[in-house]
Structures are given as structure tokens and as C-alpha cells.
Write a protein that binds this ligand. Structure first.
Ligand code: PBG
Length: 336
């Protein structure tokens, strides 16, 4: 039969040769996902024996301090390096200035101390931002017009990071997008001799609608109402600006940088890794998780296959690790 293939390389070059057998597919594989790439985010609330499901995030629960310990032990047993703690704060403790965030006896410092005591080999990461603590759901303190004030917010965030460091946290992760906060936190940590507290900066964090289920989970959605975070989180249209944000956070003392959300921003992740070669993390956020769960629940997607493919895509784009609500599910598959 006459061949109509018009390719100067063909048949010298037949890419399908390497794809023919599993052994060569494995041999030429460029990227792998390992358990060491995973960070497991958890929601924690007061109480005992609590595992309260989050409706918009099937499979995700709100833990109490005792049950989160069980999850931490499971992470450690699976080899997941780090757990990220997000608080669900009692509405009675929420104020316009979110000052509960700096309470040394608050939920987060207590949980951190307990985790480091019981599971010392598991790294613990805490979010530095005020939205779980403010009565208006914004990440900082606001003026009469609802505008988030930069310096007054950075002052509280710095105290919040110090309280977390004193409780023994390994990594603080400012997710607030205030200007200058990484430098302020680094200076304060050094001054207080917390020279090993790592800062994972949410450097390129976009004003994204993909955070919806997270705001349900921590109970900030209703407080936030119709207002948004566009005056401090980044415009989803911008790419160059992400590089400037990351550069600033590195200069200010970040040890690791993050791009958030994940899958819709793989181009940004790629740019950041390529430009700076820093330890770079992707946050596969709540909305990304919810989309996969919803489609899988309908039988429209294969849950495990799509989950593993999405996580691998972060590695291919240049991530050194991924914050993902799938961490335990994925780790179980990787261990099997
Ligand atoms: C709080 C914070 C948010 C997320 C992580 N830290 C929400 C927000 O910025 O509104 C989102 C995580 C997710 O959607 O999974 N500053």
C-alpha cells in the first residue's frame, strides 16, 4: 500500500517505538509522583471525636484536636512529609480585627503543639492569614469602606506567625497577600531566635473562585458575602506579575514559594520554577478537588486515574510538591 505520510523523519523516527512496551515506557518516563511530594491540608475545630463532613468537599472532614492526631499518624505512616492546619474558628471568637489569630492558647497553637509532641517526624505547616478569625471574612483588618489595610494587617500577621512558631510549627505559610509580610515575619522570627522556622510564601495567589468550598469549610463564606479579595489577591489575567511577587518574597526571606490555585495556573507554576529554581509548590485548591469529586461521583471520570494524572501534571510543570486534599488517597495508591 502506498504511504501518504509526509514526514522527513519517518520512519527513522517512530515515537511509538518507546511507547510499545511497559518497560520502555517506564525507562523513558520523565517525571514521577512520590509520597514525598504531598502536603495534606486539614480543617480543625474545637470538640472531641469530631469528623464532620464538608458537603462541598466529599471525603474531607473537619477534625477535632483528638481526631486530627489520628490523621497525622496516618500521614506519618504513609510517609507524607507535611500536614497543613487550617482552623474553623467558633463564630463567637470572630472580630473585625481577627485578634484571636494571635491568642497563644488558641486552637492552632494548641493543635500544633500537640501534633509536634505526638508525631514529631511529621512536618506541620500553618496558614498565616486572618480570614478564619475575622467577622467579615477578609484576610486582614479593614477600614470603613471595607478596604483591607496593609500595614496594620502585617503587624497582626507577624504576631500570628510568632505565636505559631512558639507553638513549634515547622513552616509558616502567609496566604494573605499583603505587601511586605514575608520580610516582616522573617525579621520577627530571626529577632526571636526562630532561625529554623521555614516560610512557605503563597507568593502568586490569585483572586480565584476556586476557593469556594474552602470558605465553606472554614466558615468564612457567609461572612465574606458578596465581597471579594481582588484588592490584594492577584488578577487571574496576570502572569508577569507573578514573577515580581515571587522575586519580592524571595528577597524578603521566603524559603519556599507557592502558586495557587493549581491546575488552572500551571503556566505560572512553570514560569516561577524556571525563573527562580526555588522549592516551588502548587496548591490544588478546594474547587479543583470538588470538581474531580463531583465528576467521579457521577461516574463521568475515573476518580483515581484523574487524581493521579492531575498530581503528576504538577510535577511535570515544575512543582517540588503539591498541597492537596487528595494527599492520603494518593499516598495509599503510591504505597500499594
Ligand atoms: C486563606 C486561605 C484560602 C485558601 C487557603 N488559605 C482562602 C482564600 O484565600 O479565600 C484556599 C484553599 C482552598 O481553596 O483549598 N487565606
Amino acid at each position: 500500500m502506498t504511504s501518504f505520510i509526509v514526514n522527513a523523519d519517518f520512519p527513522a523516527h517512530r515515537p511509538r517505538r518507546n511507547r510499545r512496551d511497559d518497560f520502555t515506557r517506564r525507562l523513558v518516563r520523565e517525571n514521577v509522583l512520590t509520597v514525598s511530594d504531598l502536603i495534606y491540608p486539614v480543617f480543625v475545630m474545637e470538640g472531641e471525636g469530631v469528623r464532620e463532613p464538608v458537603p462541598s468537599m466529599p471525603g474531607v472532614v473537619r477534625y477535632s484536636p483528638d481526631t486530627v492526631l489520628e490523621a497525622a499518624k496516618e500521614c506519618a505512616a504513609l510517609g507524607i512529609p507535611v500536614m497543613a492546619v487550617f482552623p474553623v474558628i467558633d463564630p463567637s471568637l470572630k472580630t473585625p480585627d481577627g485578634i484571636e489569630a494571635v491568642n497563644p492558647k488558641g486552637l492552632v497553637p494548641r493543635v500544633v503543639a500537640q501534633l509536634k509532641d505526638a508525631v514529631p517526624n511529621l512536618g506541620v505547616l500553618t496558614d498565616v492569614a486572618l480570614d478564619p478569625y475575622t467577622s467579615h471574612g477578609q484576610d486582614g483588618v479593614i477600614d470603613d469602606d471595607g478596604y483591607v489595610l496593609n500595614e496594620p494587617t502585617v503587624e497582626i500577621l507577624t504576631q500570628q506567625a510568632l505565636v505559631q512558631a512558639k507553638a513549634g510549627v515547622d513552616i509558616v505559610a502567609p496566604s494573605d497577600m499583603m505587601d511586605g509580610r514575608v520580610g516582616a515575619i522573617r525579621t520577627a522570627l530571626e529577632a526571636e531566635k526562630f532561625i529554623y522556622t521555614r516560610i512557605m510564601a503563597y507568593s502568586a495567589k490569585y483572586a480565584s473562585a476556586f476557593y469556594g468550598p474552602f470558605r465553606d469549610a472554614v466558615g468564612s463564606a457567609a461572612n465574606l458575602g458578596k465581597s471579594n479579595k481582588a484588592t490584594y489577591q492577584m488578577d487571574p489575567a496576570n502572569r508577569n506579575e507573578a514573577l515580581r511577587e515571587v522575586a519580592a518574597d524571595i528577597r524578603e526571606g521566603a524559603d519556599m514559594v507557592m502558586v495557587k490555585p493549581g491546575m488552572p495556573y500551571l503556566d505560572v507554576l512553570r514560569d516561577v520554577k524556571q525563573a527562580f529554581g526555588m522549592p516551588t509548590y502548587a496548591y490544588q485548591v478546594s474547587g479543583e478537588y470538588a470538581m474531580i469529586k463531583a465528576a467521579a461521583a457521577n461516574g463521568w471520570l475515573d476518580h483515581d486515574k484523574v487524581m493521579m494524572e492531575a498530581l503528576l501534571a504538577f510535577k511535570r510543570a515544575g512543582a517540588d510538591g503539591i498541597l492537596t486534599y487528595f494527599a492520603i488517597d494518593a499516598a495509599r495508591i503510591l504505597k500499594a
